[in-house]
Design a protein around this ligand. Structure first.
Ligand SMILES: [Zn+2]
Length: 745
């Protein structure tokens, strides 16, 4: 017997933290089929325990560690509607990514951790809202992460999946068909004795589940129909709520009030095995549940499926098993035959058999030691640099929303009230009611602020009016609005050369027919050492700019969609500029954006009053990838003028991230710092000659020695001046602490 702690894990993604019999059954089946040397860990958005006592306790999507295998599904979890799930109210506030976290989230995990990923026959719901560049990304992630062709449970799911995925798809039966292997009939006939005692009901009963959503007639009339069926066959009724999350308990309670027939409600101590034994030993199952229908078919229990023509999954199931189905309660007649249907059972049995091959394949994969044969591990830096994935959106699929009790304030106007608006981009509540700013405006605002440009003597021009920049701070601020106030043709700007210090173009360039010409014009009217700020819609979504050459009314009259290569385009076009691609995150929604800061100067001509350095937020532990940690560390070293260590850190970052622009920006700072450093040395030497016994100056001198890679000399120097307590590296650091932030004129 292997201790449970030593077992390797298999993560199975789905809604296993929701009180739903059908979904909760699936990890139990997987445990039986694959769990001889592995422990099944259900992974769900919230990771809360359900009311079913024998269900496997789930983990939240923030799960740590490394499994041997990731299973996606089952259940109807592939929803491409970007809406919040009723089951996850806490995600509603500004996230609606719960649904995506359990089928796109595991793709990232599989790539990150280099573990095989198998689609455990999930179902696919509504028509696609994932379109355009996002669809291309999703398509690629599925291909990169999936170890085998995508398995889906029925034809309609496959058809919908194929609307946005062009790789191979297989139809594999819902793994619920393997229930009979995990719970043999003999086990359940033993169990029913205990269950009958627990809830006190007899041997002859009809099990019934009522889904409120499909109750087209009153509870009273449903009770009446059930009474007549019970009477006709001389049976008791067992009212079995299977979807506690859908309000099944309320529905059976409502019907119970009107029932004349003897009946029992299963309303406490919920267990999956009890529900299974009730269904498998009943004389008839009346249900609107997909998985209860499968269970009844597998155990040869006569079945009446009540399912309207809303969800195609029931059409597929009906065809597959040749089920008797009515679409409404009002269509349910009382002349029901309780004879077992060999035909349905035979078809269910075929499905169970088909699954055997599927489980065998997975067991083979687990034995193989996948990680040795398939090296596809992507470094964290790769994922963090993926267009959309390098963003907060990526993390939102692997993290639960952090509940903010005190809402944050708009960095532009200070308001703390936000409303929905704009295109749906996974999250809502994005528009500030105070200033009307959207995430991209706040991103520009943050970048501008971090550049520490003193606006009072500056002349600025903004194309298309937006709240990102406060015009009052400038000595002159001009707006140009397309076809309205002060219209300026970007391709032929009627302004003197070198007449502005700052120019802002937020979501403007994509409306211009010839963007090359526009940039040349902008370059012309900008003064030397001036700045041009450019943002474009979703530049991180595709790699290459797609220019169709006309203003397409379907995409807000844009001439093109910019890709990641916009940076090179700007750099090549604005050839006497230094162009920075700055990743900026809106502090309210955490939606990332890129701001292109184009400085009309070469990096070597930077002056001390406009050091181009970003505020780099301290990374949360384990939340930010290597790059973010590295940048933060480097930034700190430069700030504290640890020149030599900064140089080492820089060369490491350069090696791992040769094209990362934020590294270049920090290199710039470092050069700038180095220059001051040389001056500092001269100044200190001068000071020391004049004030030989000044301790502060002595410490600064020691610090300079320490950071200029002569720490031994520094130690010697310190011990000469302060005695022996300062000789260790630790005490040296301590001595230097008070003068870490040393500025000069
Ligand atoms: Zn605001």
């Amino acid at each position: 017997m292997i201790a449970i702690e030593q077992l390797r894990e298999i993560w199975i993604y789905g809604t296993f933290d929701v009180d739903n019999f059908g979904d909760l059954l699936l990890p139990l089946i997987a445990q039986h089929k694959l769990g001889h040397h592995h422990r099944i860990v259900p992974v769900s958005p919230e990771g809360m325990r359900t009311q079913y006592q024998d269900a496997i306790s789930p983990s939240s999507i923030e799960i740590n560690g490394k499994p041997s295998l990731i299973l996606v599904g089952g259940g109807n979890i592939i929803t491409r509607e970007l809406k919040e799930l009723a089951e996850y109210p806490s995600w509603k506030f500004d996230f609606d990514t719960a649904a995506l976290s359990i089928w796109i989230g595991p793709l990232f995990q599989a790539l990150r951790l280099n573990v095989p990923l198998i689609w455990n026959s999930p179902g696919c719901l509504e028509p696609s809202e994932i379109k355009g560049p996002l669809q291309q990304s999703v398509n690629r992630w599925i291909k990169e992460a999936s170890t085998r062709p995508v398995n889906l449970r029925d034809i309609s799911s496959a058809r919908r999946f194929a609307e946005f995925y062009d790789g191979p798809i297989q139809i594999t039966p819902d793994t619920g068909f393997s229930v009979i292997d995990a719970y043999p009939s003999s086990t359940l006939s033993e169990r029913i004795k205990i269950v009958r005692e627990k809830y006190s009901f007899g041997e002859n009963y009809i099990a019934c589940q009522i889904k409120t959503e499909y109750a087209d007639i009153s509870y009273e009339r449903i009770a009446h129909i059930l009474d007549r069926i019970a009477q006709q066959h001389n049976m008791e009724l067992v009212l079995l709520p299977l979807g506690l999350c859908h309000g099944d308990l309320k529905a059976v309670g409502g019907v119970s009030k009107f029932l004349k027939a003897a009946h029992t409600i299963i309303d406490h101590n919920f267990m999956i095995i009890d529900a299974l034994s009730i269904i498998s030993n009943a004389y008839l199952m009346i249900t609107s549940s997909y998985h209860a229908s499968i269970v009844a078919s597998v155990y040869e229990t006569p079945l009446k499926l009540i399912a309207p023509k809303i969800l195609e999954k029931f059409d597929d199931l009906q065809t597959l098993l040749d089920l008797e189905r009515v679409e409404t309660w009002s269509a349910l007649t009382t002349d029901i035959n309780l004879a077992k249907s060999k035909n349905v059972y035979q078809k269910a049995y075929e499905q169970t058999n088909k699954l055997e091959k599927y489980w065998e394949d997975i067991r083979g994969l687990l034995k193989l030691g996948y990680h040795q044969s398939h090296q596809r591990k992507l470094p964290d830096s790769y994922i963090s640099q993926q267009p959309i994935a390098r963003t907060a959106i990526y993390y939102s699929l692997l993290k639960k929303p952090r509940y903010r009790r005190n809402r944050q304030r708009c960095p532009i106007c200070g308001s703390s009230s936000f409303v929905s608006g704009g295109s749906i981009h996974f999250r809502r509540k994005r528009v500030c009611t105070g200033c009307g700013s959207r995430p991209r405006h706040r991103a520009v605002h943050e970048v501008f602020k971090s550049l520490k440009i003193t606006p009072d003597s500056k002349k600025a021009l903004m194309f298309s009016r937006d709240p990102s920049i406060d015009p009052k701070a400038f000595s002159s601020f001009e707006y140009s609005v397309f076809n309205k106030d002060n219209h300026i043709d970007l391709m032929s700007i009627e302004r003197e050369s070198e007449s502005y210090d700052l120019i802002f173009l937020n979501h403007v360039l994509e409306h211009v027919k010839d963007d090359h010409k526009a940039l040349c014009e902008l370059s012309r009217i900008l003064k030397g050492n001036g700045f041009l700020f450019i943002t474009v819609p979703s530049p991180a979504l595709i790699n290459k700019t797609d220019d169709w050459g006309f203003p397409d009314p379907k995409v807000h009259e844009h001439y093109r969609t910019y890709g990641r290569n916009i940076y090179h385009f700007l750099k090549d076009t604005l050839n006497d500029f230094t162009v920075y691609e700055v990743e900026a995150v809106d502090p309210i929604t955490e939606i990332p954006d890129y701001v292109y800061v184009c400085h009309k100067a070469s990096i070597y001509s930077l002056r001390s009053d406009n050091i181009l350095s970003l505020e780099i937020v301290e990374p949360y532990v384990n939340e930010k990838p290597v790059l973010e940690n590295g940048l933060w560390h480097l930034r700190k070293l430069i700030e504290t003028r640890n020149i030599q260590r900064a140089k080492n850190a820089l060369s490491k970052l350069r090696f791992s991230f040769p094209d990362e622009l934020r590294v270049s920006m920090l290199e710039c700072d470092l050069l700038h710092c180095q220059e001051l450093f040389d001056k500092e040395q001269q100044l200190l030497e001068k000071c020391q000659k004049e004030h030989i016994n000044n301790h502060a100056i002595t410490l600064r001198k020691a610090r300079l020695m320490a950071v200029s890679n002569t720490p031994l000399n520094a130690q010697q120097f310190l011990s000469d001046h302060f005695g022996h307590e300062c000789v260790s590296q630790e005490s040296l650091e301590k001595a230097l602490e008070p003068i870490r932030y040393f500025y000069y004129q």
